[in-house]
Ligand binder design. Structure first.
Ligand code: SAM
Ligand code: DTB
Ligand code: SF4
Length: 337
């Protein structure tokens, strides 16, 4: 079921030539529906395209931690914030393979490698290429999130066998400049176009709970849904507040978003991007299991799996296995498995 809905290499992300498929007013109206009506619509769309009880599991590994020159206001890895995350060298291929094997043994089908870079230098990319080859050799799907790509770099990743490239637009265009100033959202769109044109699958989503309005959340969903084609994988992150980051301090460490609003965001992603894998991403550790169950009902069908995201915590494997058992969920098989 985890099949991309388009043929890669034939389409570009921007700018769409046809009229946008969704307007902010339309998606804001979805957000405004009575909760039960929204759940019903999302679940109906979900069942048209997916096994409603199958959830895909990816494990993350930070292959290069900390010291990032960018200023993303949510991120514990930006060098300019004092968050206690140390700047570490890039991992060796052996370290990465050991972690991927462990993830596979625990039941993950995809392995996602993240690096705290603005973008990869060529010598870094050569190392990542070796990591991708090795992880693919274990029979896992591969994903990488390395920052902005220059001309030719997406092709190198594709040739190494990279299945997905993750690059989030994070929030709606009008709010973006309040969260990140060292790059524009158009820079992100340019990298996404390179990934798409190289023929890789796109993983692109955002973060909610950063103090945005409901209309801004609707505009984020519209920005994603109107990509042509929309991403195959859409991670919806709930802000993990990390002390020392601008957003960690903004709300005095208190969870600021009504979690039912997070569930609504998942539902709107599912309705507007019917064939995408919608990922219930960061923020699960702090999220009650009843809310996670509502996210699955709203159409989330993938998660990050394993006790760590990149630098922050995630539910451990035993807890997730118990949750799957309680909800009667099963793991989605890897493509081609
Ligand atoms: N440096 C690369 C980049 O920015 O694309 C790759 C790694 S970056 C940490 C990957 C994504 O993690 C970000 O785009 C953001 O959406 C998400 N993220 C980072 N910190 C987060 C936080 N505190 N809470 C929720 N999501 C977060
Ligand atoms: C995504 O959208 N969320 C993941 C993954 N893609 C790379 C990262 C979440 C990071 C949360 C903060 C941290 O652990 O450092
Ligand atoms: Fe760097 Fe990525 Fe963190 Fe931004 S989100 S500071 S680019 S690691």
């Amino acid at each position: 079921m985890d099949t991309p809905h388009t043929t890669p290499n034939t389409t570009s992300l921007a700018p769409p030539t046809a009229a946008p498929r969704w307007t902010v007013d339309q998606v804001a109206a979805l957000f405004d529906l009575p909760f039960n009506d929204l759940m019903y619509r999302a679940q109906t769309v979900h069942r048209e395209h997916f096994d409603p009880n199958a959830v895909q599991r990816s494990t993350l590994l930070s292959i290069k931690t900390g010291g990032c020159p960018e200023d993303c206001g949510y991120c514990p890895q930006a060098a300019r914030y004092h968050t206690g995350v140390d700047n570490e060298d890039i991992l060796s291929v052996e370290q990465v393979v050991a972690a991927a094997q462990c993830a596979k043994d625990n039941g993950a089908t995809r392995f996602c490698m993240g690096a705290a870079w603005r973008g990869p230098k060529q010598r870094d990319l050569d190392k990542v290429v070796d990591m991708i080859t090795a992880v693919r050799g274990l029979g896992m799907e591969t994903c990488a999130t390395l920052g902005m790509l220059k001309d030719g770099q997406a092709e190198q990743l594709r040739d190494a066998g990279l299945d997905y490239y993750n690059h989030n637009i994070d929030t709606a265009p009008e709010f973006y400049g309040q969260i990140v100033t060292t790059r524009t959202q158009q820079d992100r769109m340019d990298t996404l176009s390179r990934v798409r044109e190289a023929g890789m699958h796109v993983c692109c989503g955002g973060i909610v709970g950063m103090g945005e309005t409901r209309r801004t959340r609707a505009a984020l969903i519209v920005q994603l849904a109107n990509m042509d084609p929309y991403p195959e994988s859409v991670p919806i992150n709930n802000l993990v507040q990390v002390e020392g980051t601008p957003l960690g301090d903004r709300f005095n460490g208190a969870g600021q978003l009504d979690l039912l609003e997070f569930v609504r965001t998942i539902a709107c992603a599912r309705i507007t991007m019917p064939k995408a894998m919608v990922r219930l991403s960061a923020g699960r550790q702090e999220m009650p299991e009843g809310i996670q169950a509502l996210c699955f009902l709203a159409g989330a069908n993938s998660i990050f799996y394993g006790e760590k995201l990149l630098t922050t915590g995630n539910p451990d494997v035993e807890r997730d296995q118990a949750l799957f058992a309680r909800l009667g969920l099963h793991a989605m098989a890897a493509k081609g498995a």
